[in-house]
Design a protein around this ligand. Structure first.
Ligand SMILES: Cc1ncc(COP(=O)(O)O)c(C=O)c1O
Length: 458
C-alpha cells in the first residue's frame, strides 16, 4: 500500500509533467524529492542520505558540493551574467573554453555551443547537411545511428536515438535517419559466435546498409563510444577499427557522441580514445560543467569548419544559434571544471579506482539473477536475467524492483529496463565504491524472491 503523499508531492503532481516517468503511477507513489548534496551523496526531503551512484544523470563527475565551481559561477554572475555570441559578439569565457577544448581534442578545429546534449546532436546533423550542401552534394544527407543508441529527444536527436519509447506516439523517427545493428555482444551474439565474429557480422550489416541506401546518400554516422542510456553497452573487440574504414571508404563522417563518455568517464579524456575511434566531430555536455550549469559543445575538424565558414560567406549569414549557447556562467563553470579535472588528475583517478569497480561488478555478477556485468572506466552495469536465459518472461519489470530495493538501502542507481546502470561521480573513492556495492547482494536476493513470486523467471 502506498503512503499518503506529502504536501510537496501533491503540489508536484498537480504542477509538473515529469520527463521519463509514468505519470499515472507517479500519482500513487509521489515523486522522490531531493533537497541537498554533499560529495558523492544526496539527501531527500525526509532527511535520508543516499550514495548517488548515477552522478545525477551521468553528469556530476565532481559530486554535489564543489565549492570552487560554486565560486566560479558566482564570480561570472557578478561580472557578466549574460551575453551571447550572435552577430559576431563574443566574451572571454566562451573563447577560453573553446581553446581549452581544442587542446584536449587536438583533431578538432572549431567549437560551437548549445545548452544540452540533444541540441548538440541536432546541431551536428544540421552542420552535416549544411556542409554537404556547401560541397555541392545535395543528396548526401542520411545519418546512420544504432539500435539502442541514445542521442537525445529533440525531433532529430530523438530520431537518432534507437529506443522505442523515444519514438512511440511522437511520430519519430523522421526520414533520413537509418539504424544499424546494436553492438551488444552478450545479448545479440549468435550461439557459439566469438566476439571477433560478432564484430565482423556487425561490420557486414553496416556495409550492407550503406550499399542498400547508396553511399552517396549518407552523410554521417553517429555513435557513443560506449553506449549509455541504451544499457551501458561496451563495444565488442575491434568494433570501431572494423567500421571506421567502411565509413572512410565512402566519405561518411563519424561523429562521436561524448555526452556521457567525455572528460574522463572511461579512463581517458574522451571515450573515442578508449575505443580507438577517429571522429570528424564530437558532441560534449554533462561532465563538461560537472552538471553544475547547462552547456554543450560541438567540435568539428578544421576541414568541416572551413567549408561551413565559406558557405556563411556565400549566403551572407549562418542561420543557426541558441540564445543560451555558450552562456558565460556555464562557460566559466566549464573552465573551472576542466581545471579541476586536470589539477586533481581525475583521469588518472578513474583509472586507479577502475579495478575496484570492475571487481565489485564481477562479484555482483556472480549472483544467479545477473546475466552479465560490464564496465568501461567508471561506467558500468549489471544486466539482470533469469539463470538460464537472456530475458525475463515479462521484460523491464525486474530492473526497477532492484533499483527500488537499493533505494531502500541508501543507494541510487538507475534501472534501464532490466539493466542496472552504475555511473558514480568520478571523485568516488575505493571505500565509497565498496559502500555503494555493500547492499547489492541483499537487494539482488530480495529482487530474486520477487521475480520468483511474480513468475518472471523462465
Ligand atoms: C550520449 C548522449 N547523448 C545525448 C544526450 C542528450 O542530452 P540532453 O539530455 O542534455 O539533451 C544524452 C543524455 O543522456 C546522452 O547520454
Amino acid at each position: 500500500m502506498n503512503t499518503p503523499l506529502t504536501n510537496t508531492q501533491m503540489r508536484d503532481v498537480d504542477a509538473l509533467l515529469h520527463p521519463y516517468t509514468n505519470a499515472v503511477t507517479l500519482r500513487q507513489t509521489g515523486p522522490h524529492v531531493i533537497s541537498s548534496g554533499n560529495g558523492v551523496r544526496v539527501r531527500d526531503d525526509a532527511g535520508k542520505e543516499y550514495i548517488e551512484g548515477m552522478a545525477g544523470l551521468w553528469c556530476c563527475g565532481l559530486g554535489f558540493s564543489d565549492q570552487e565551481l560554486i565560486e566560479a559561477a558566482k564570480e561570472q554572475m557578478s561580472l557578466l551574467p549574460y551575453y551571447h555570441l550572435f552577430g559576431g559578439r563574443s566574451h572571454e569565457p566562451a573563447v577560453e573554453l573553446a581553446e581549452r577544448l581544442k587542446e584536449l581534442a587536438p583533431d578538432m578545429g572549431r567549437v560551437i555551443y548549445q545548452s544540452s546534449g540533444s541540441e548538440a546532436n541536432d546541431t551536428q546533423i544540421k552542420l552535416q547537411w549544411y556542409y554537404n550542401n556547401a560541397l555541392g552534394r545535395p543528396d548526401k544527407k542520411k545519418i546512420i545511428s544504432r539500435i539502442k543508441g541514445y542521442h537525445g529527444v529533440t525531433i532529430v536527436s530523438g530520431s537518432l536515438t534507437g529506443l522505442p519509447y523515444n519514438h512511440m506516439d511522437f511520430d519519430l523517427p523522421v526520414d533520413r535517419i537509418l539504424h544499424t545493428s546494436c553492438p551488444h555482444y552478450w545479448k545479440e551474439a549468435q550461439e557459439g559466435e566469438t566476439e571477433a565474429e560478432f564484430t565482423a557480422r556487425l561490420a557486414q550489416d553496416l556495409r550492407d546498409l550503406i550499399d542498400r541506401e547508396g553511399p552517396d546518400t549518407i552523410a554521417a554516422m553517429i555513435a557513443e563510444p560506449v553506449m549509455g542510456a541504451g544499457g551501458v553497452i561496451v563495444p565488442p573487440e575491434g568494433y570501431f577499427q572494423a567500421i571506421q574504414p567502411i565509413l572512410d571508404e565512402h566519405d561518411i563522417a563519424l561523429i562521436s557522441d561524448e555526452v556521457i563518455t567525455g572528460f574522463g568517464r572511461t579512463g581517458n579524456w574522451f571515450g573515442a580514445q578508449t575505443v580507438e575511434m577517429q571522429p570528424r566531430a564530437m558532441s560534449m555536455a554533462k561532465q563538461l560543467t560537472a552538471g553544475y550549469a547547462p552547456l554543450s559543445a560541438v567540435a568539428v575538424t578544421t576541414e568541416i569548419a572551413e567549408v561551413i565558414e565559406g558557405n556563411t560567406g556565400k549566403l551572407g549569414n549562418f542561420g543557426h544559434g541558441f540564445t543560451y549557447g555558450g552562456h558565460p556562467i556555464s562557460c566559466a563553470v566549464a573552465i573551472k571544471t576542466l581545471e579541476i579535472y586536470e589539477r586533481r588528475n581525475i583521469v588518472q583517478h578513474v583509472r586507479d579506482v577502475t579495478p575496484t569497480f570492475e571487481r565489485l561488478i564481477a562479484k555482483a555478477a556472480d549472483h544467479p539473477l545477473v546475466g552479465d556485468g560490464r564496465a568501461s572506466g567508471l561506467m558500468g552495469c549489471l544486466e539482470l536475467a533469469p539463470p538460464d536465459a537472456k530475458a525475463f518472461k515479462n521484460p523491464a519489470k525486474t530492473g526497477p524492483i532492484l533499483s527500488a530495493e537499493l533505494l531502500k538501502r541508501g543507494v541510487i542507481l538507475r534501472a534501464i529496463g532490466d539493466t542496472l546502470a552504475i555511473c558514480p561521480p568520478m571523485i568516488i573513492t575505493e571505500g565509497e565504491l565498496e559502500e555503494m556495492f555493500a547492499p547489492v547482494e541483499a537487494a539482488l536476493d530480495a529482487t530474486m524472491a520477487w521475480a520468483k513470486a511474480e513468475d518472471m523467471l523462465r
